[in-house]
Design a protein around this ligand. Structure first.
Ligand code: SF4
Ligand code: SF4
Length: 158
């Protein structure tokens, strides 16, 4: 049975039997957003050029030295992702400037949104160390391999 809870903590306004339902279990007559904690208002992502050089990856390292920044790749496009809530998001997970919200918010629909938590990125970097490791593996030249060199073969005994 649906119930209504308004809570500044990350609890959706509505739940079903005390839990966040699966997308398909939300009644068609209701808004999916009422069962969500406004996940789409808690980050922004910008496409960035695909890093192709050591220097590009060094920039990426710099992004990720900042709190709440990550980088992901989806459909071969690289994005800088910043996990930060919109200033106009209210404690009931509703938009405080609904009638004047930006076009990008108006265009966003529940159809392919992140209500469900089963999305998987092609690649996802959370730390500068992950970027350094990836860049090293991709760009180190012959003789600079991050792998340990193969040990010499043991001599054959007669
Ligand atoms: S569009 Fe999707 S992610 Fe955004 S508030 Fe609605 S259900 Fe949540
Ligand atoms: S303006 Fe409103 S809809 Fe857009 S991100 Fe902010 S709270 Fe969400």
């Amino acid at each position: 049975m649906a119930s209504t809870i308004i809570d500044p903590v990350l609890t959706p306004a509505k739940t079903i039997d005390g839990k966040t339902p699966k997308r398909q279990d939300v009644p068609k007559s209701e808004s999916l957003c009422d069962y969500c904690t406004a996940k789409c208002c808690r980050y922004f992502a910008m496409p960035i050029e695909e890093p192709t050089s050591d220097q590009d990856f060094d920039f990426m390292r710099w992004y990720l030295l900042h709190d709440r920044a990550s980088v992901f790749v989806e459909d071969e496009v690289w994005y800088l992702l910043v996990h930060t809530a919109c200033k106009h998001l209210q404690s009931d997970h509703r938009c405080g400037i609904y009638y004047t919200r930006p076009q990008i918010c108006r265009s966003y629909s529940t159809e392919n949104c992140e209500f469900d938590e089963d999305a998987v990125y092609e690649m996802y970097f959370e730390t500068a160390e992950q970027v350094a490791e990836y860049s090293e593996a991709r760009f180190c030249g012959d003789g600079d391999s991050i792998r340990s060199p193969e040990p010499p073969l043991l001599p054959l005994l007669n």
